[in-house]
Design a protein around this ligand. Structure first.
Ligand code: RB5
Length: 146
């Protein structure tokens, strides 16, 4: 899979660990930063990753900040993108299978590295089921012309 990663200063350490983990698994990782400990603004990274997901440059995105919450709020403003904050493996599977969430958001101050890896593996191992879930997901999108 092609996967875009993004993080702010609160998530950069976990993001870098996940990049290594994903590359070891054979995924093609596009690391969109941040790359150091300097304080940055999480919407900049959420928007960069969400743009690549929305235009099909990558299959999935993973965003990491302190809680995952700000990243999800920002990513979900990008048309066509659905992002979910997850701190357990079951929800990680469900946001892919039922919600067709193309972006997973993690809180580096919420989950440790081992759990984060398990969450990512569960998320990337799951695919959208379509059917009734496609109808429901379709109702999330803004009506055309609005
Ligand atoms: C940065 O201190 C923190 O606010 C950010 O990483 C994130 O948790 C926001 O949602």
């Amino acid at each position: 899979m092609k996967i875009a990663l993004g993080a702010d200063h609160g998530g950069v350490g976990l993001k870098d660990e996940l990049a290594t983990h994903l590359r070891e698994q054979g995924h093609e990782v596009s690391d969109l930063g941040t790359s150091g400990s300097a304080s940055v603004d999480y919407p900049d990274y959420a928007q960069a990753v969400a743009a690549q997901v929305a235009d099909g440059t990558v299959d999935r995105g993973i965003l990491v900040c302190g809680t995952g919450q700000g990243m999800a709020m920002a990513a979900n403003k990008v048309p066509g993108v659905r992002a979910g904050v997850v701190s357990d493996t079951f929800s990680a599977q469900m946001i892919a299978e039922h919600n067709d969430a193309r972006i997973l958001c993690l809180g580096a101050r919420v989950v440790g590295p081992s759990l984060a890896q398990a969450i990512v593996d569960s998320y990337l191992g799951a695919t959208f089921e379509g059917g009734r879930h496609a109808r429901r997901v379709g109702k999330i999108e803004p009506a055309s012309g609005s």
